[in-house]
Design a protein around this ligand. Structure first.
Ligand code: ARG
Length: 663
C-alpha cells in the first residue's frame, strides 16, 4: 500500500470542505501533494506542509488553518493523532499496528503489497535507438538503461507498455558503408566478422569525408579567428571611463573577446592538426588523393538506396542481419529488451504520404523548394521534404507518430533521447499537435552527456568515442577483481568456484555501470568513473548487491527456512527506533516507484534504495538477528531482513539490475 498517496487523498478531502472555501485560483490538488516523508523521525513519519501557503491564500493565521485541517483530517485508521509544530507543520506518525499488518501483507505477496495502478494507461517508450552499423558507444548506455528502467517500472505498476527501438537503419551512414564496401572492403575480414569490417569501412569513409569537410571548414574557421582578433584589438583600445558600470561592462567585453580569440585559435589548431595527421599517414593520404569526391559519392549511394536501387538495396539487406545480431548481443548483456524494433527503414514508404498530407491540409508549405511546417511561436520551420525530394529525420518521426497512434492508441509516448535533440522534439510535438494528435502526451525524456575526468565528453585517449563493448568488458573485469578479493577475505574461506566468480562479476560489473547512470539526475551530465561505480560503500549497485547478499548469507548461516517464515504471519516487533525506521522505509517502496514516474526519473528509485540500505545498515549494527534474545524477536528480525532484501531485489530489477546470492 502507498501510505503517502492514502494520506494525500485524505488531505484532499479535508481541504475541500475548508471554511472560508479557498477560491478557484487555489490549487487544491497541488496543496494535497504537500504530504512528504519527514526529514527527521522525531517529527513522525510524514509531514503535511500546506497549511502555510493555504493560510496565505485564505488570509488567516497558519496555525489556525493547520488546526482546522487537523480537525477535518480523517486518518485515525492509519495514524496516531496528528500534531502541529512550528508555524503550522502537521506531523503524522503511522500507527505501529498498521505498520505490522502492512509488513505481514507484503511478506506474503510476490509484489510486496504494491498494487497495480487503478487507471492503467497505454504507453510507448522509444529508447536506445542507435544508428545501426556504427559501433555503439558510451552515449548509447543512457538511452538504453534509462528507457528500460522506465519501461519496467511502468509495466510493474500495471500499465500497458510498448517498448520500441526506433533504430537508425536507413540513414546516411549506409551510403558511407556502401561506398566503402564497393571500394575498400577486405573480403576475408568481412567473411570472418562482417560487423567489424562494416564498422571499419564506416569509420574509414567517415574519416575521408571528414577530411574534405575539414578542408572546406578551415578557411571559415580562420576567418572567424581573424574576426575574433579584430574584435579583441578593438576592445583593447577602450579606455576607462570612470563610470563603474560602463567599465565593468567593458571589462566583460574584453574578457569575452579574449576567450573568443583563444577558443577560435584552438579550433583552427585542432583542425589543422587533424588534417596534418591524415596527410602524414601515407596510406590515408593515398586514399585522399584517389577519392576527392567521396562526400558527394557517399550521399549518392544513400540516395540510390532510398530510391530502390537494386544493388544497394541488396547490400543493405545483406548488412542488416549481422548488424542487428551485434546489437542484440549488447542488449542481452545489458538485459535490455524491446517489444518492437521498428527502425527508420520501416517507415520509408510512408514518408511521401505524410508530407503530402501536411501539405494538403495546409499545415506545410513550400519555401525555397523545400516543404516546411511553420510552427506557432517558432522561428525556424520544421523541414519535412528537401528541395531534391529527400525526406528527413523529422518526416520519419511524423510517420512514426501516425503509425503508433493508429496501431496502439497510446495515452503517452516517451522519447528517451539525449538533450541535443530538444529542438527536434519540441518541433515534432508541436507539429503532431497541428496534425490533431493532441490527445496523446508526447514527452522528451532528455538526458545529459557522459563526461570524462577532464569534464569533456568521455573519449578514449586517442580521442575516439568509447565503444560500448569495451566499456562493459572493463567494468566486468574490474568487478572480477573485487569479487575475488571479497571471496578470499571471507572468514569462512572462499565460497565461489571460478565459474561462479565469473557469473557474479558479470552481474556486478554490468549492474555497477547501469546503476551509476540511473542514479544520476538524468538531465545532468555526469563523470564516468569505474572506481566510483564499483565502490562497495555509497550509492552504488555494488553496495546494494552486497547488502542483498549479506541478508541471504544470514539465512544460510542460520539455516533459516525463509519461505516457511514468510507464510507464518510473524508479528514483527518495532520496539527500537532502528527496527521501526526500517519498517517504515520498507513500506515506502511503492511511494518511491510513484515518484520515479512523476517525471520519469529512475534516480528517485536509487535514492530510495540507498536510504533503505542505510536504514538496514543501522538496524543490522544495533539489532542482533540470529543471536536475538528471544526466538520471537529472531523471527521478527529475520522478516525485516527478508523484506529489505526482497525490496532491494525488486527495486534493482526495475532498474534492470540483478542480484547475486553470494559475492
Ligand atoms: N537514431 C537516433 C539517434 O541516434 C535516435 C532516435 C530517437 N527516436 C526517435 N523517434 N527520434 O540520434
Amino acid at each position: 500500500m502507498n501510505i503517502r498517496s492514502r494520506l494525500r487523498d485524505r488531505l484532499q478531502t479535508a481541504l475541500e470542505g475548508l471554511a472560508p472555501a479557498p477560491d478557484a485560483a487555489v490549487d487544491l490538488a497541488g496543496l494535497a501533494e504537500m504530504v512528504v516523508p519527514s526529514q527527521d523521525p522525531k517529527f513522525g513519519d510524514y509531514q503535511i506542509n500546506c497549511a502555510m501557503p493555504l493560510a496565505k491564500a485564505l488570509k488567516r493565521p497558519p496555525r489556525e488553518v493547520a488546526q482546522e485541517l487537523v480537525d477535518r483530517l480523517q486518518v485515525d485508521d492509519l495514524c496516531e493523532a496528528p500534531t502541529i509544530a512550528g508555524p503550522g507543520f502537521i506531523n503524522l506518525k503511522v500507527r505501529d499496528d498498521r505498520l505490522v499488518s502492512l509488513l505481514q501483507t507484503a511478506a506474503k505477496d510476490d509484489r510486496l503489497g504494491i498494487a497495480p495502478v487503478a487507471h492503467r494507461k497505454q504507453y510507448i517508450v522509444d529508447y536506445s535507438a542507435p544508428n545501426v552499423a556504427k559501433p555503439m558507444h558510451v552515449g548509447h548506455i543512457r538511452s538504453s538503461v534509462i528507457g528500460d528502467s522506465i519501461y519496467r517500472t511502468l509495466k510493474f505498476l500495471g500499465h500497458n507498455v510498448v517498448g520500441d527501438n526506433h533504430i537508425g537503419d536507413w540513414g546516411t551512414q549506409f551510403g558511407m558503408i556502401i561506398y566503402g564496401f564497393k571500394h575498400f572492403r577486405d573480403d576475408a575480414a568481412y567473411r570472418a566478422n562482417p560487423v567489424a569490417e562494416l564498422s571499419r569501412l564506416y569509420r574509414l569513409v567517415n574519416q575521408l569525408v571528414g577530411y574534405f569537410e575539414g578542408q572546406a571548414e578551415l578557411p571559415k574557421l580562420r576567418q572567424k579567428a581573424d574576426a575574433a582578433k579584430a574584435v579583441l584589438a578593438a576592445a583593447q583600445t577602450i579606455a576607462p571611463t570612470g563610470d563603474k558600470n560602463v567599465d565593468k561592462k567593458n571589462a566583460q567585453t574584453l574578457k569575452k573577446a579574449q576567450n573568443d580569440v583563444e577558443s577560435s585559435a584552438k579550433a583552427v589548431a585542432e583542425l589543422q592538426e587533424k588534417l596534418a595527421a591524415m596527410d602524414a599517414d601515407p596510406a590515408v593520404a593515398k586514399l585522399i588523393a584517389a577519392h576527392p569526391k567521396i562526400g558527394a559519392a557517399a550521399l549518392e549511394e544513400t540516395a540510390k538506396l532510398h530510391s530502390g536501387d537494386e544493388e544497394n538495396l541488396k547490400l543493405w539487406q545483406e548488412f542488416m542481419p549481422p548488424c542487428l545480431e551485434a546489437l542484440e548481443e549488447t542488449y542481452r548483456r545489458l538485459h535490455v529488451t524491446f517489444d518492437e524494433t521498428l527502425g527508420e527503414s520501416f517507415y520509408h514508404d510512408r514518408l511521401a504520404e505524410v508530407a503530402e498530407d501536411f501539405e494538403r491540409k495546409g499545415l506545410a508549405r513550400e519555401s525555397d523548394g523545400a516543404l516546411c511546417i511553420f510552427l506557432p511561436g517558432q522561428e525556424t520551420p520544421m523541414l519535412i521534404r528537401k528541395k531534391d525530394g529527400a525526406f528527413l529525420y523529422a518526416t520519419t518521426d511524423l510517420a512514426t507518430i501516425k503509425y503508433r497512434i493508429e496501431r496502439w492508441k497510446p495515452d503517452a509516448v516517451l522519447y528517451v533521447v539525449d538533450h541535443r535533440q530538444s529542438l527536434h522534439f519540441e518541433q515534432l510535438f508541436a507539429a503532431a499537435k497541428l496534425a490533431g494528435y493532441d490527445a496523446c502526451d508526447f514527452r522528451h525524456i532528455s538526458f545529459g552527456t557522459v563526461l570524462g575526468k577532464d569534464g569533456r565528453p568521455y573519449k578514449t585517449r586517442s580521442g575516439d568515442t568509447v565503444g560500448l563493448k569495451g566499456l562493459l568488458d572493463e567494468a566486468v573485469e574490474r568487478a572480477a577483481t573485487i569479487v575475488a578479493e571479497n571471496d578470499e577475505r571471507n572468514p569462512e574461506g572462499p565460497q565461489l568456484s571460478a565459474e561462479e566468480r565469473k557469473r557474479v562479476a558479470e552481474t556486478v560489473g554490468i549492474g555497477a555501470l547501469k546503476y551509476a547512470d540511473l542514479s544520476q539526475n538524468r538531465t545532468s551530465d555526469y563523470e564516468f568513473s569505474y572506481d566510483k561505480m564499483l565502490a562497495m560503500n555509497g550509492n552504488t549497485a555494488t553496495y546494494m548487491q552486497y547488502a542483498y547478499a549479506r541478508v541471504r548469507s544470514i539465512f544460510r548461516r542460520g539455516g533459516v527456512d525463509i519461505e516457511a517464515l514468510r507464510a507464518k504471519n510473524i508479528a514483527i516487533e518495532l520496539n527500537t527506533p532502528a527496527e521501526r525506521q526500517l519498517a517504515v522505509s520498507i513500506l515506502r517502496c511503492e511511494e518511491a516507484l510513484e515518484l520515479a514516474l512523476v517525471d520519469f526519473r529512475p534516480n528517485q528509485l536509487t535514492t530510495y534504495l540507498f536510504e533503505l540500505a542505510s536504514h538496514y545498515s543501522t538496524f543490522f549494527d544495533q539489532c542482533p538477528v540470529l543471536k536475538a534474545p528471544t526466538p520471537e524477536l529472531r523471527d521478527s528480525r529475520l522478516m525485516l531482513c527478508d523484506l529489505t532484501a526482497r525490496t532491494i531485489k525488486l527495486g534493482l530489477s526495475l532498474l534492470g539490475i540483478d542480484v547475486v546470492e553470494q559475492m
